[in-house]
Design a protein around this ligand. Structure first.
Ligand SMILES: NC(=O)c1ccc[n+]([C@@H]2O[C@H](COP(=O)([O-])OP(=O)(O)OC[C@H]3O[C@@H](n4cnc5c(N)ncnc54)[C@H](O)[C@@H]3O)[C@@H](O)[C@H]2O)c1
Length: 320
């Protein structure tokens, strides 16, 4: 007799954001019922497009800092994808409490709901910035000590630690994902978005933070989401840690040249100077992705291709 697959119900925090919206569409495509919890601070319902009309889709506009309001959304879920966060790393150096609230406090509220509803699995969007200024490239998940340079990174690392403690205290299973720079459509932050917005204001010059030699790996949103799903299906138990990034890099100066060329090549590029673009910037980033690749995952796009695709998509969205 054919056995019926158990019904999957997912909660996606930050599901109206750039990465969350692509994940939501992928989950619905797999027949998973999805509830998005999002306060729409940087996300937009329009990012979800036709997904919001799917019969398996629910949306709760709520803030993770309001546990009483978000609690019911977790009832009956079989998995939680915790993606909501302040995604603007630079703001944290001005207002450290903001990253603590949107990072550690919000993650604790999600974990309390997961525990209360006995949800067996959580996936968490952490970041390569937990490695601080690593001395090993590509940097493996086993690298340490982990000494983040930004409030954002500190809160990602503390959230990873909280999830680990919940796994070991309450029989939960989890996957922690350390993303490289993710680029694609619907971004409301990040270098491609920032550069396009600057050119929108003044098409004659383009200010680039730092000396332009910061060199990092960029990953297309679709490739990132494919990595998330691979770890959900085949990841290590009870707790897996996965770097997700492409295996090459591109510099901030090269990205600026691409953005200028895409807009007709007239703007003069001006670097603000210094090895770091801002307080907490990590000038060099390249992740070892052997663990994710052992699950059968590999990115389709190089860093340069991912950046090109993001420029095309964001230009269209900004009407440039
Ligand atoms: N984009 C990157 O390069 C990158 C790199 C490393 C890690 N990450 C992480 O991936 C996740 C998703 O990033 P993204 O690029 O899609 O960002 P995003 O800003 O597009 O998405 C974040 C979503 O969370 C929502 N949100 C924020 N605070 C909330 C709160 N308190 N309550 C409810 N909803 C809230 C926002 O409205 C938004 O829809 C974040 O956790 C981010 O830190 C992103």
């Amino acid at each position: 007799m054919p056995t019926e697959k158990p019904l999957r119900r997912a909660v996606v925090t930050g599901g109206a954001g750039a990465i969350g919206s692509v994940l939501v569409r992928a989950l619905l495509g797999q027949g998973v019922q999805v509830t998005v919890v999002d306060n729409l601070s940087s996300g937009r319902l329009s990012n979800l497009g036709e997904a919001s009309a799917d019969p398996g889709f629910r949306f709760l506009q709520a803030d993770l800092l309001d546990p009483a309001r978000i609690g019911p959304a977790f009832r009956g879920a079989s998995e939680v994808w915790h993606l909501a966060a302040n995604a603007d790393i630079r703001r944290g150096s001005v207002d450290p409490r903001m990253d603590f609230d949107q990072g550690v406090r919000a993650t604790l509220h999600v974990l309390e709901a997961v525990r209360a509803e006995k949800i067996p699995w959580i996936g968490f969007s952490s970041s390569s910035v937990v490695y601080g200024l690593p001395t090993v490239f590509p940097t493996p998940e086993s690298y340490g000590p982990l000494l983040p340079q930004s409030q954002y990174g500190a809160n990602k690392l503390a959230s990873e630690a909280l999830i680990s403690a919940f796994v070991h205290s309450y029989g939960l299973r989890a996957a922690l994902f350390r993303f490289a720079n993710i680029v694609g459509p619907a971004m409301s932050h990040g270098i491609v978005y920032d550069l396009l917005r600057k050119l929108e204001k003044d098409a004659s010059r383009l200010e680039v933070l730092g000396d332009g030699r910061q060199v990092k790996s960029y990953l297309a949103t679709e490739d990132c989401v494919a990595g998330l799903l691979a770890a959900r299906e085949r990841g290590e138990q009870p707790l897996g840690v996965y770097n997700l990034g492409s295996s090459d890099q591109i510099s901030a100066g090269e990205i600026a040249q691409k953005v200028v060329a895409a807009l007709g090549g007239r703007a003069r590029i001006e670097f603000t100077g210094g090895e770091r673009g801002w307080v907490g910037d990590v000038p060099r980033q390249l992740l070892a992705t052997d663990r994710a690749r052992a699950l059968g995952w590999k990115p389709q796009y190089t860093s340069a291709q991912a950046v090109d695709r993001s420029i095309t998509a964001l230009r269209g969205e900004l009407g440039l």
